[in-house]
Design a protein around this ligand. Structure first.
Ligand SMILES: [Zn+2]
Ligand SMILES: [Zn+2]
Length: 304
């Protein structure tokens, strides 16, 4: 059976988060979807997965609610559910930035089609990756600039160091678009004026132009960890042995829980640990006996 993983977001003043939590939970259960949905005063940020018919039903019912009538979805086909559970939570921020910004002042959108034209025309643009280091490491637009940041809260400080590109034409991009809404709103406050954000993010671009311009794997915030982009380039390096590789693992030492790039061989050799010390640590996530067990391994959730 074919499954779809869909992500969506909308910024709007949500006054009734508790009611929305009940609505989303009920709707996902009715449509047999798994996923992770964050709700708060600033809006909604979610990802769900399920079979095509159920997902279409979910979209149809959700769009009947006036708050979500114009909602758009970034979709990817998968062989199984990308989420193992359904989690609907209320959060202060649906994407944690740590600074007040007015997303109504975010940069103008550029569509994937338009960006493709700009890239192919050879005009000088800076493709600015607003994601974290560990996402940039395994895949990015050719020639893109990273920030570099460990998490999205570090973005304000990092963009203050971009004075060399302040007057250039900049297109920011992230996985599905939500981070660029806040990032560009903030950058405009700093005086970046020739600024655009990629609508629908990398997911929309690689759906339309797989294997072109975006190279490597796409880090995603569900159980897949890495999604296909149509590019077979490996840009990451195994932390243990150094070979080129786009696979991630979570250190099995529960007191470390580090997310790191690791090849299959080293994963087995190290028993899912990021270093010798972690391999010998007492509190291990699991005991993995054979390589086939890795398929059943459920990674903890990384949330932006
Ligand atoms: Zn390795
Ligand atoms: Zn570790």
């Amino acid at each position: 059976m074919e499954y779809i993983t869909a992500t969506f977001y909308k910024f709007f003043p949500m006054e009734n988060s508790e009611e929305m939590q009940i609505l989303f939970r009920g709707l996902c259960e009715e449509c047999r979807l798994k996923g992770r949905i964050l709700l708060g005063r600033e809006g909604v940020n979610g990802g769900v997965s399920g079979n095509i018919e159920n997902l279409e039903k979910f979209k149809k019912i959700l769009k009947k609610n006036p708050n979500f009538s114009g909602l758009t979805f970034r979709e990817q086909q998968t062989k199984e559910n990308s989420y193992k559970k359904l989690v609907v939570r209320i959060r202060e921020e649906v994407v944690v930035f740590g600074k007040e910004v007015d997303v109504n002042n975010a940069a103008e959108y550029v569509s994937s089609d338009e960006l493709k034209k700009w890239i192919d025309s050879g005009e000088e643009i800076v493709l600015l990756d607003t994601r974290n280091n560990y996402e940039f490491d395994i895949g990015r637009f050719k020639g893109a600039r990273g920030l570099p940041i460990e998490n999205f809260r570090e973005l304000p400080e990092a963009v203050e160091k971009l004075s060399d590109i302040k007057n250039k034409k900049i297109v920011t991009y992230c996985t599905g678009g939500i981070r660029c809404e806040k990032a560009t709103a903030y950058m405009k406050m700093l005086g970046f004026n020739n600024l655009f954000q990629l609508k629908g993010g990398i997911i929309d671009f690689v759906n339309k132009f797989p294997g072109q311009d975006f190279e490597g794997g796409l880090f995603v915030f569900d159980d897949r960890l890495v999604a296909d982009t149509g590019s077979y380039k490996k840009l990451g390096k195994c932390r243990i042995c150094g070979i080129l590789c786009n696979d991630y693992t979570d250190c099995y030492n529960l007191d470390c829980d580090n997310l790191f790039i690791c090849c299959q061989n080293c994963r087995i050799k190290m028993n899912n640990a990021c270093c010798e010390e972690c391999r010998n640590a007492k509190r291990q996530r699991n005991t993995v006996k054979s390589p086939t067990d890795y398929k059943n391994f459920v990674a903890p959730r990384y949330i932006i």
